[in-house]
Design a protein around this ligand. Sequence first.
Ligand SMILES: Nc1ncnc2c1ncn2[C@@H]1O[C@H](COP(=O)(O)OP(=O)(O)O)[C@@H](O)[C@H]1O
Ligand SMILES: [Mg+2]
Length: 250
Amino acid sequence: MRNLSIKGIQKQFFTPPDRQIIALDQIDLDVRGGEFISLIGPTGCGKTTLLRIIAGLEIPNSGEILLDGMPVDDLHRISTLVFQQYSLFPWCSVIENVMFPMEMKGIPKDERQNRAEEYIALVGLSGAEKAQPYELSGGMQQRVAIARALAHDPEVLLMDEPFGALDERTRHRLQNALLDIWKKKRKTIIFVTHNIDEAIYLADRIIVMTTEPGRIQEDVLVDLKRPRNRLDASFTELHLKVRNSLERTV
Ligand SMILES: Nc1ncnc2c1ncn2[C@@H]1O[C@H](COP(=O)(O)OP(=O)(O)O)[C@@H](O)[C@H]1O
Ligand SMILES: [Mg+2]
């Protein structure tokens, strides 16, 4: 699995009449292939913009994204973005939703079907293949979105507050489902969250960002064995550390 390097990324936006926002300023970050990174920081610090740049949906003003040290010109092919809103096609069944991106990639029908079934099972939704999105709870819809994102086998999974709209219990279940899949399929994951507890539970490393300009404030190693226990002293210690770091950003 290739290592991802974010090198000297700068991105500014102009908003009328003449305001200039430095959304990202000199972002340097090295992510090992297969590593699980959490990005955390106040609203407006450029988290979504950074994911969009890594996904090839936004062009930075300067800097580049490298894989194993090489520039990539088809970033959108190596990564997938999962949003807070499940963004399923409401007129398609669960399995049709999961198969759709594979169809776009030209994967043959039988293989699409097999892979979709495998990933629907991995997210714990076997039996719901023919259901329509409106029949599913928010947590189940987000499981479908994860299956859809992973079934076409991206090298990098980018997640933008994917569990932000879910209640705590559902969120914890989905965190465990995601960790299970990550263990089985070894993906590089960059996961944006507002929730310190979620970042510590999931990630190998937490990147704390500051706003205006968006910069990396601190890179916190989460050196805890999985499965992690939220009640452990080492967990709560890290919680405090990240919280203090976040408080310094505002
Ligand atoms: N398309 C855009 N045009 C103008 N400003 C933008 C645009 N996208 C983002 N911004 C601004 O850039 C900054 C970072 O935004 P964003 O990446 O969405 O932050 P976050 O996801 O951390 O909340 C914010 O000030 C936001 O208003
Ligand atoms: Mg955002």
